[in-house]
Every structure is written in C-alpha cells, then in structure tokens.
Design a protein around this ligand. Structure first.
Ligand code: TXA
Ligand code: MG
Length: 307
C-alpha cells in the first residue's frame, strides 16, 4: 500500500487524476492547486456544469492554509474531523487552490476524511486533493473500487483499492462562515450530532432564508461588469476575452482552442478582466463540445446577471 500511495502522490503532483477511497465514497482526485488537473475532473465526469469541489485535507492546519477559520468551524473540526463532515468557508486572499475547484466562488469546501489511505495520500502529496465522487455525472456514488471500474472502464485513472467504504454515504455539507451552521447537504454525519455540539442549525426545509440546497445553490460567481458571449470583437471600452486566434484579446482562454486549457483559465481570467477600467467583458465563441458545454453554461449565467 505504501508504494501505491507514493505512486499516487507522484501522479497527482504531475497533474494526473487518481481514484482513492474515503470513508464515505471513492473520490476522483486532482492536486487542488492545479487548474488543468481540476479541469480534467470535470472532463472525465462529463458534467454539463461546473459544480464546486471539496478540498480534502489531512489536518485542520492544512485547511487553515486555504480558508478563513471561524470559531464555529474550529469547534466542528475539533469534534468531527477526521470524518464525514464538509465545511464551507471563505477562501483566504492568497488561497492557492484552483478557482475552478471553487467554481469561481469566494468560498471553498474543506473536509478531512476518516480513512488512513486518504490521509496518507494527502500527507504524501503535501497539498489538498480536490475530489468529487468518482462516478460519471448522473450515476450513483461508488462505494467500492469495482463500482468505479465498471463506470469508467479503461478511462479509470490510477486507482487505490481500499475495500468497501465504511459510511457509504457522502459527507454532510455545512456553510460555517457565520455564527450558525447552515445545512447545504444532508449526509454521513447526522444533524443531531452536529447540533449537540453547535446548537440549532439553519435548515433548508425549516428556514425560509436558508442558503439554497446544492441543486439550487447560488454557487455562481458573477462578475461586476456586464459580460457578452459569442463576441467576435470588443466594443469600445470592453475587454476581449479570446478563444483561438485573437490578436486583439486582452487575455486568451486558449490560443490553441484547447477546451481543457480554456476551462482551467476561465474563472481566473474573467476575474482579472472584471476591472472598472473596462466597461464590459466580451467573450469570443467557445464551441459546444466536451468541456465547452460547462464553459458556455457558466458564461451564460454570468451574462444574465442584472446590472
Ligand atoms: O463524501 C464526500 O463528500 C465525497 C468524498 C469523495 O469526499 N465527495 C463528494 O463530492 O460527494 P461531490 O463533488 O460529489 O459533492 C460536493 C458537494 C456538492 O453538493 C457541492 O455543491 C458542495 O459539496 N460544495 C462544494 N463546494 C462548495 C462551496 N464552495 N459552496 C457550497 N457548496 C459547495
Ligand atoms: Mg457526487
């Protein structure tokens, strides 16, 4: 096992994906700081949208490298980590985790899994591992290595088989930026256990102004500037975000029209251009194929925002 963990860590650091066990479900992991590797996750899962991912850490100290701690988060970490509890916190200003992993949001989900292989792998990698469940979009989460192999077949990345997952249900997700915890997803750790430590939580079915459950979650970063899609050129004052050959582009998602590269650059480039020195952001057409669906979905949401 030691050798496999070393090899998996080496692959992660080289920008490759790795499947690893956690106590909840198997994860499809990438080095959290590598935009391109994170783009490969979305590509392999075949998601039509970019959903924010969980950064897996080996200790609360590692989480603290990336996110702004709150007293509530600290309390919950002390009590339930390692374990099936994911905490959503504000990204630190100098957070090195890929913005694509946060789907462009100012927050990042962090979790410390209760599985020795996962913990050793994160430790050996030396950086957080972002991982959604290791299943194609629309399929159920895998709780054995065989599930993963039967979904991905030959496209299965390097996989560490740790046997069946103990919990078998995804982690509970809480937003803990404020004084009260808000439930974003029910999962492997019960709300009763959580409330016995931190008091009443805000819950989607009970509180009208609870944050949206993941499906409806306002998990979309919108730029301040108006964003125009399918632009062939920029109007006066606008910044042109290129795709393909674009001599007048301020920034280019991918000169060589590589959709994975474009996905990797998307959020950080839109952020860079979201600057009051421009009147708007004009984005050149991105083809509707492969990761192009998720990129266009994202751009469409950003362009619909009311000014
Ligand atoms: O047990 C688990 O959580 C497994 C194992 C592999 O750790 N992972 C998992 O990941 O289920 P995924 O990507 O299938 O689900 C992540 C959930 C989604 O509901 C997502 O919306 C939410 O976490 N999430 C992640 N980052 C978020 C953020 N910044 N704000 C709000 N919700 C977030
Ligand atoms: Mg999932």
């Amino acid at each position: 096992m030691r050798k496999e963990i070393k090899e998996a860590a080496r692959l992660l650091r080289a920008g490759k994906l790795v499947v690893f066990p956690t106590e909840t479900v198997y994860g499809l992991g990438a080095l959290a700081t590598d935009d391109k590797a994170v783009a490969s996750i979305y590509e392999l899962k075949g998601r039509p949208t970019f959903n924010p991912l969980i950064a897996h850490v080996d200790t609360p100290e590692m989480a603290e490298k990336y996110v702004e701690m709150t007293p509530l988060a600290k309390k919950l970490m002390n009590e339930f980590w390692p374990g099936p509890l994911t905490l959503v916190l504000k990204r630190k200003k100098d957070c090195t985790v890929s913005l694509l992993a946060s789907a462009g949001l100012d927050t990042l989900a962090v979790r410390c899994p209760k599985n020795q292989i996962a913990l050793d792998l994160i430790h050996e990698t030396g950086e957080a591992i972002v991982a959604p469940s290791a299943n194609p979009s629309g399929e159920v989460s895998p709780t054995t290595a065989q599930h993963v192999i039967s979904s991905f077949g030959e496209r299965t990345p390097f996989l560490i088989d740790g046997g069946p997952c103990q919990v078998g249900l995804e982690s509970t997700v809480l937003l803990v930026t404020g004084e009260k915890a808000a439930v974003l997803r029910y999962g492997g750790l019960s709300i009763d256990d959580i409330e016995s430590v931190c008091g009443p939580t805000i819950r989607p079915e009970k509180d009208q102004d609870a944050p949206m459950s993941p499906g409806q979650l306002k998990s979309h970063y919108a730029p301040h500037l108006p964003l125009r899609m399918n632009a062939l050129e920029a109007f006066e004052g606008e910044a042109l975000l290129g795709f393909g050959k674009a001599p007048h582009a301020v920034l280019n998602l991918s000169e060589k029209e590589d959709l994975k590269e474009a996905a990797a650059n998307l959020f950080s480039m839109v952020r860079q251009l979201d600057n009051p020195k421009y009147t708007g952001i004009a984005v050149m057409p991105v083809p509707m194929e492969g990761l192009g669906y998720a990129i266009n979905d994202r751009l469409k949401r950003a362009s619909y925002k009311k000014k």
